[in-house]
Design a binder for this molecule. Structure first.
Ligand code: CO
Length: 448
């Protein structure tokens, strides 16, 4: 109802003498507000397939029926990125077209349940792409960053850790010092194992003797090397810096119990993935025997995995890959649940998360009271050429964008310059971005 019409009605009712023009305008404004914003409908669902940093990053774009109103969502399962694309295009797209774009939780539940079989990484990532795009749309519609839509900031920025690594101890120390000189208070340290394929660092020297020709890894050798690394780091870097380390689920549970006890004296900020998701029941034993801070969860995609660890207070940091869990909507709920048990968040944030996903991480970081730390990986020039508005790193703090939605705009022409496969070499290239294999000396395959 417009102002003039309202005024005419009041005139007709004989109220015109009592009602000023200004009052009529106020009434009209109230009427408009109660009508709310028009509900946008989903017009199209697309997947932008880009790899500016040599890692396949599928990003969902949802276009609404309102002029210029669209949003982006991270669907990054880089090792099987090609499969996420048809999951979105062939299943979610027809399911979503015509549906309202403003019922995010309802849409999430509908997508989650519509495959009947659920909680798999491909489908969860596809759902995340849509979920985050809908949050982006809501933010753009409101003219607010997503962190404002969910209550606003409880901190200014996210304290981050960088990845310091090297073939040997001096290289790791140099890398750690470089982060510290840039203001980082938290550094993850990983060192190579001579002749072996350790996680998070390059191998030095020629490959150790084995019964096969592929990369070799031996858990016991790694454990001894890592313990030495922490000793060297504490000696050379001091006690003030917070040290982190990722085991990447590469050791046996019995070794994990011992290792967690042995590293206790180095006061790590956290020890990550000391167990694999299949072995999480062993956390109870570790918890009973030492006070080493534990983080876990980047491989989780089912509530059956994170719920017991949080509810029994078996870990200190929940470390989910946000798109793997299904997006911003479920992770907001996980953070809220974890807050009740004083388990803190440390969302997964390496290079195989798109800048849109990093914005979702940074948003969760600044709105959740129980934030712990954020994993950081830099955005190179090509990434910034494609994704405008990446979160900003300053003195070890990551600042979310304060533009509406996630604050990211994608240059689709630039994205097309770096198609899936760009920059891939060796087995990555042969396996469409997938990972190869790592085996023990005797040929037994290990978890990576
Ligand atoms: Co990790």
């Amino acid at each position: 109802m417009n102002r003039r019409k309202l005024f005419q009605i009041f005139s007709a009712l004989g109220g015109a003498t009592l009602m000023t023009k200004r009052e009529a305008a106020a009434q009209s404004q109230a009427a408009r507000a109660t009508r709310g914003m028009p509900s946008p409908k989903i017009k199209d669902v697309q997947v932008i397939q880009t790899a500016p940093a040599g890692l396949r990053l599928p990003v969902v774009k949802i276009i609404t029926d309102q002029d210029g109103l669209y949003g982006y969502g991270c669907a990054c399962f880089t090792q099987r990125a090609d499969l996420v694309v048809p999951a979105v295009e062939r299943y979610l797209r027809p399911f979503l077209i015509g549906k309202p774009a403003d019922r995010i939780d309802d849409t999430w539940q509908a997508m989650y349940n519509s495959s009947y079989w659920r909680n798999g990484p491909v489908l969860n990532n596809a759902i995340s792409g849509v979920d985050q795009a809908l949050w982006d749309i809501k933010g753009r519609q409101a003219g607010m960053p997503v962190y404002q839509l969910v209550g606003g900031k409880v901190r200014e920025a996210a304290d981050c850790y960088g990845h310091a690594s090297g073939e040997d101890f001096p290289q790791v120390l140099e890398s750690a010092k470089e982060y510290m000189s840039r203001g980082f208070r938290h550094v993850r340290v990983q060192v190579g194992i001579p002749g072996m394929a350790g996680y998070g660092s390059r191998a030095g020297g020629s490959q150790v003797k084995s019964l096969h020709s592929g990369p070799v890894f031996e858990p016991a050798v790694y454990i001894r090397r890592a313990l030495k690394l922490f000793e060297v780091c504490r000696k050379e870097l001091g006690d003030e810096v917070e040290l982190l380390h990722d085991v990447h689920e590469r050791i046996h549970p019995t070794q994990a119990v011992q290792f967690a006890k042995d590293v206790e004296k180095f006061h790590l900020f956290f020890l990550e993935d000391v167990l694999s998701p299949e072995d999480i029941a062993w956390f109870r034993l570790i918890r009973q025997q030492c006070a080493t801070a534990l983080s876990m969860g980047e491989l989780f995609n089912s509530p059956h995995e994170w719920t017991p660890l949080i509810a029994e207070r078996l870990i200190d940091y929940i470390r989910i890959h946000v798109s793997q869990a299904g997006g911003f909507t479920p992770c907001r709920k996980i953070a809220a649940m974890a807050e009740q048990f004083n388990v803190r968040t440390a969302w997964h944030g390496p290079g195989d998360v798109s800048p849109v996903g990093h914005c979702a991480n940074a948003t969760l970081d600044v709105v959740a009271y129980n934030f712990g730390v954020q994993e950081y990986s830099p955005f190179n020039e090509r990434l910034q050429e494609v994704f405008h508005g990446c979160p900003v790193m300053k003195d070890g703090y990551l600042y979310p964008n304060d533009a509406p939605g996630w604050g990211i705009e994608i240059d689709e022409k630039a994205a097309a310059k770096y198609p899936f496969g760009y920059g891939e070499r060796g087995s990555h290239k042969d396996l469409n971005g997938g990972w190869g294999e790592v085996r023990k000396r005797d040929g037994q395959i290990i978890k990576q």
